[in-house]
Design a protein around this ligand. Structure first.
Ligand code: CAA
Length: 417
């Protein structure tokens, strides 16, 4: 029998502060509706230098281990997906490994490809387990990032930060993955990038949206071809994409998921064999179906709207939001996931939600994770943004969390948990 492999459980860590997106709009002299209706945002996570990509990753992983009672002696791989590396050589994974006192007989590495790095790490872990190389061991995959474009830039309302830790194993209580069904698409583009030494990302915003949509169309069509071959979807009175109970997308800002969903539908509508919408205009309208978006996508965005972009973690925040909202109702149903990383690479894959998804998500206690945050003013957000990267505030870490304490002779020291 084919091995079942996938995501057993997850945990989320977010910075302790956030700014209300309407406050930010008003401070920038922008109609708040542009950020709320136009981008789909509500709140945006704000980190101080003490909450760096390492401390967020370690906090999420420690939380996962504690909440789900993970036996770390059975974990054989730790991968950190990130765009927010802290060193050209020493991986975040080694920091997390040390902070969590994980067993030494473990493969550890970081995976980098903009927002796609987490999915690349997840696939490495899944395929390691599925191949048998893991010999029954599980893997930890941690996606951690701080999305930072800078004050008063067009990208400013699409910042954010946080981490999502995934336990990958042969007990896929959250999502049993359709191993090998993935569709991928790559092209060499400059849509979003962060040259070495820069804290803020550079982005060609509108072009990056085009790149995302173009790459995802290739990835979706690749997945669909294999799913049709295996009889998991078919051409009938519904579109193949409509046969997925839900689809979660990479969410740089929530409105992007709506655009992405319309693009998936457009691929189906363009490729359908039978009679479809009479004109290209009618086809475009059908692609934008509000009913389809409401049914298949909207509920995944609850956490993303309150945290903002988390680059590698943003798709997994959407997965968390989706299963938090509807874990029980989705048991045994197939869902689709689309990962996009600028530069660029897109990957579409699918899996079946497990019967214990709701129970596992209840342990993740996401309402408490968000409720503990403090709303700050735009002035305070600007003060935090202007702190040098090596000047963490002297704040005692909350129990169960980590913070960067200092950087001394280029060595990072952490406190907490
Ligand atoms: N009321 C309601 N809606 C309004 C409005 C108002 N008063 N004013 C504007 N809007 C709408 C616009 O119509 C637009 O909606 P549509 O896209 O549906 O047409 C939306 O608000 C945004 O308006 P603009 O396009 O004018 O906004 P902008 O030019 O200031 O910038 C942005 C938008 C390009 C997304 C910018 O925020 C940005 O560069 N963000 C970072 C890049 C990014 O997130 N790219 C996504 C793809 S790349 C990727 O996914 C990787 C990654 O994580 C970065």
């Amino acid at each position: 029998m084919k091995k079942r492999v996938g995501i057993e459980a997850l945990a989320v860590a977010v910075p302790r502060r956030y700014v209300d997106i309407e406050d930010l709009a008003r401070a920038r002299g922008v109609d708040p509706a542009k950020f709320t209706a136009g981008l789909g945002a509500k709140e945006m996570a704000v980190n101080d230098p003490g909450e760096d990509s390492v401390s967020l990753a370690a906090t999420a992983a420690a939380r996962l281990i504690k909440q789900q009672g993970v036996d770390t002696s059975k974990v054989g791989m730790l991968v950190v997906g990130t765009e927010t590396g802290v060193d050209h050589s020493k991986p975040i994974a080694s920091h997390v490994h040390g902070l969590l006192k994980l067993p030494r007989s473990m493969r550890t590495f970081d995976s980098q490809h903009a927002c796609y790095g987490g999915t690349a790490g997840l696939m490495a872990a899944v395929e390691w387990i599925a191949s048998g190389a893991g010999a029954g061991r599980s893997a930890l995959v941690v996606c951690t990032d701080i999305a930072r474009y800078g004050l008063k830039t067009a990208g400013e309302p699409t910042q954010g930060g946080g981490a999502v830790a995934l336990l990958v194993s042969e007990t896929p209580d959250l999502l049993a993955m359709d191993v090998g069904l993935n569709g991928v698409c790559t092209s060499d583009v400059y849509d979003f990038w962060r040259p070495v030494g820069r804290r803020e990302a550079l982005v060609d915003g509108h072009y990056s949206i085009t790149c995302y949509l173009d790459a995802m169309a290739g990835a979706y069509r690749g997945w669909r071809e294999r799913a049709l071959e295996q009889g998991l979807v078919r051409w009938d009175s519904t579109l193949p994409s409509e046969q997925l109970a839900r689809i979660m997308y990479h969410v740089p800002f929530c409105k992007m998921a709506r655009k992405a969903h319309a693009q998936v539908r457009l691929c189906d509508l363009e490729d359908a064999q039978g009679p479809g919408p009479a004109t290209p205009e009618a086809r475009d309208e059908a692609a934008k179906s509000q009913a389809s978006y409401d049914a298949q996508v909207a509920k995944s965005l609850g956490l993303n709207a309150r945290v903002g972009n988390v680059y590698t973690a943003s798709l997994y925040l959407a997965l968390a939001g989706q299963l938090h909202a509807e874990g029980a109702a989705l048991a045994n149903q197939r869902v689709g996931l689309l990962s996009y990383g600028s530069g660029c690479c897109a990957e579409f894959y699918s899996g079946v939600v497990g019967e214990k998804a709701a129970e596992r998500m209840a342990r993740a206690d996401l309402d408490t994770v968000l409720a503990k945050r403090e709303r700050v003013s735009v002035e305070e957000y600007e003060r935090l943004m202007n702190l040098p990267y090596d000047a963490p505030e002297a704040i005692a870490p909350e129990p169960g969390t980590f913070r960067l304490a200092e950087i001394h002779e280029h060595r990072r020291k952490y406190a907490g948990a």
